[in-house]
Write a protein that binds this ligand. Structure first.
Ligand code: MTE
Length: 320
């Protein structure tokens, strides 16, 4: 995220969609949407209303703007080869290269803080009885690129309910594995390791907040945050912490890695907000990986009808 994204006109060959892939993806989307049966989620995934869209010169467009074309899935190859995972290097292709042998079995998770079921658990035990399902969510990076991914996993609220936070818990913090022998990026000082992220407890309990264990029907690869990672679709991608080993319930707002690294550029809330520019670039548009033209960025990444209520009364320019 320290590195500025490519200019509007750059286009990699791998980003130009081949027609047969396109058709396959459309079919996959239809099957997934049917299989999901998620009436509350599917419409906002398939159609993006442009009421909050911006023109090239930054002026708001009329709310009568026609809906955008249906979201297409980002090809598996791009999802697994264009990544941000600084523990494995700063380049987009570094995680795929350096996480190839990342060991995720056995995997222990420590649960601590204001919670009844504190302890250290093997991941398989931790997830026993937690219902897994597929969900298609957009991921919007603060660097102004985005993807549409068929994730596999479970509602974060299901796990939290199982862990039983006490009434003192107001936030939940997550921590990534610290293992410089396996994660060469941790030998450098790009961030203060381990990577940490957090949510207010009501954000974490929102039905859209998700923990992924897989994507495209396969287990997560190291570069995408194996064996499990957070997916918060209405927030910038950096909230979606990977390869989690600690879940900590706290009374006060926990530290988050990007906020620690640069509080002027990265806030605790990090809701996708096209009206709040990153200090070094605009957030009004985004480049969907696999597409040529930039598209307008939607408030809360298009999930505003479901999540805006969490932030009622807050000045989202201040709490960015
Ligand atoms: N989690 C850890 N531990 N380390 C990271 O560097 N990068 C974040 C997030 N989670 C990051 C992380 C950022 S900036 C983004 S955009 C997403 O992961 C990218 O997820 P993806 O590579 O699966 O697309």
């Amino acid at each position: 995220m320290l590195i500025k994204s490519r200019s509007t006109h750059d286009c990699l060959e791998s980003e130009v969609t081949d027609h047969s892939l396109y058709l396959q993806r459309r079919r996959f989307m239809e099957v997934s949407a049917r299989g999901l049966g998620l009436a509350a989620i599917a419409p906002s995934l398939l159609l993006s209303a442009c009421s909050d869209a911006a023109t090239d010169d930054g002026r708001d467009q009329a709310s009568s703007q026609p809906a955008q074309a249906a979201d297409e899935l980002t090809p598996y190859k791009d999802v697994t080869s264009y990544n941000n995972f600084y523990e494995f290097g700063l380049g987009k292709s570094d995680p795929a290269k350096y996480a190839a042998d990342f060991k995720v079995k056995p995997w222990s998770v420590k649960v601590e803080g204001a919670v009844e079921k504190a302890g250290t658990f093997d991941l398989e035990d931790l997830l026993k009885g937690v219902q897994q399902e597929e969900r298609i969510y957009r991921l919007r990076c603060v660097e102004a690129w985005s993807m549409v991914i068929p994730w596999y996993g479970f509602a974060l609220s299901d796990l939290i309910n199982k862990l039983k936070p006490t009434s003192a818990a107001k936030y939940v913090q997550f921590e990534t594995l610290y293992d410089p022998a396996q994660m060469p990026g941790q030998k450098g000082r790009a961030l203060d390791w381990p990577y940490v992220e957090g949510l207010r407890l009501d954000e974490a309990m929102h039905p859209l907040a998700f923990m992924a264990t897989g994507l495209y029907g396969k287990d997560l690869l190291g570069q995408n945050g194996a064996p499990f990672r957070l997916v918060v679709p209405w927030k910038y991608g950096f909230k979606s912490i990977k390869s989690i080993v600690v879940i900590r319930f706290t009374e006060t707002e926990p530290a988050t890695s990007w906020n620690l690294a640069n509080p002027r550029e990265y806030g605790f809330y990090a809701n996708v907000n096209p009206k709040v520019n990153h200090p070094r670039w605009s957030q009004r548009k985004e480049r969907r990986i696999g597409e040529f033209r930039k598209r307008p960025t939607l408030a809360f990444n298009g999930y505003g009808d479901q999540v805006a209520g969490l932030y009622q009364g807050m000045d989202l320019k201040r709490y960015f």
